[in-house]
Ligand binder design. Structure first.
Ligand code: SF4
Ligand code: SF4
Ligand code: SF4
Length: 296
């Protein structure tokens, strides 16, 4: 266990305006707590903080106003209940995820467990810049993945079964993109308008629409703030394992090649998006070789 001083230098411990106190930010990927964890956090806040808990933008919690001399004891108590000290400096900060298929009827993919898997792979890596990751189960993008350095979005491409459509028009009404029309008594898809939200698939009472291609779209270079940027599509992959792998490649690229003090979006502009994409793949190959050589 680290001592008070070591803990104070960690990203999840933030000096307050009154420097006699610190705020502790927790590690809660996907923002899901059990009721028991919530009760324990309340007790920790009452014992070491000012009795409040602060909900952050990134689906984690903070325990405000703690005495830095108690950091060791607090860290121990937080580890015990499974919500350790989190991240805030130049590293991957708390990973956001919408409810996904666990609860949302629109979701095209699981999200919470994916957030935990990515967190396990990348948490605690020291980087030259801060990286924000958000996962949305569908193209509604409720947690704005396109405004994050890395965005992950569950998509489904609908497939029509020829000859079976009754032409009832239900899917056309449900499609908010105007991508479906009726021609000669059957529904027809305009691929150029379809955003692959998957809603039409669930709307057909006769189950005539199938999911042809379930996938995760991965975007890079988004950001919020004074100069917001929309993330650009890097790649689409089909499995959770591939998502974790691609995210790991991006994080490794940042670790190896990024400069400090400038957002990922700016650095992508500088080297050119295509070259950035290429370099991620190249760096991945280099890393595998390095790990094989060192037995890592
Ligand atoms: S992004 Fe989609 S899946 Fe996630 S909460 Fe919003 S509507 Fe549901
Ligand atoms: S997947 Fe979504 S956008 Fe595409 S046709 Fe179906 S409802 Fe419309
Ligand atoms: S809801 Fe089904 S049956 Fe009705 S138009 Fe769409 S695909 Fe055809």
């Amino acid at each position: 266990m680290m001592n008070n001083y070591d803990l104070y230098t960690r990203g999840g411990v933030i000096t307050e305006r009154n420097a006699d106190y610190a705020t502790i930010r927790l590690r809660i990927p996907g923002g899901v707590l059990s009721a028991a964890q919530a009760r324990q956090l309340a007790k920790i806040s009452e014992k070491y903080g000012d009795g409040t808990l602060h909900l952050t933008m990134r689906q984690t919690m903070e325990i405000p106003h703690v005495n830095p001399e108690n950091l060791e004891k607090i860290a121990k108590a937080l580890e015990k209940i499974g919500t350790p000290i989190g991240a805030e400096q130049n590293e991957v900060v708390n990973i956001m995820a919408c409810p996904g298929t666990e609860r949302c009827k629109y979701a095209n993919c699981e999200t919470i467990d994916l957030a935990r898997k990515i967190d396990e792979r990348v948490f605690g890596k020291e980087l030259p810049i801060r990286l924000r990751i958000a996962i949305s189960g569908c193209t509604h993008m409720c947690n704005s993945p396109l405004l994050n350095d890395i965005g992950i979005i569950g998509r489904i491409r609908p497939l029509r079964i020829p000859g079976l459509c009754t032409g009832c028009g239900t899917c056309m009404v449900y499609c908010k993109q105007g991508a479906i029309s009726l021609k000669d008594g059957i529904s027809v898809l305009d691929e150029s308008k379809c955003v692959q939200c998957g809603i039409c698939i669930h709307s057909c009472l006769y189950r005539l629409l199938k999911s042809e291609y379930d996938h995760y779209q991965i975007t890079v270079g988004g950001r919020r703030g004074a100069n917001p940027r929309i993330g650009r599509e890097l790649i689409s992959v089909e499995t959770e394992e591939e998502v974790v792998e691609v995210v790991d490649r991006i994080v490794y690229w940042v670790y190896r090649s990024a400069w400090s003090g400038r957002s990922l979006a700016d650095q992508m502009d500088e080297i050119g998006f295509e070259k950035f994409r290429e370099e991620i793949l190249k760096e991945f190959g280099a890393r595998e070789e390095a790990e094989a050589a060192t037995g890592g």
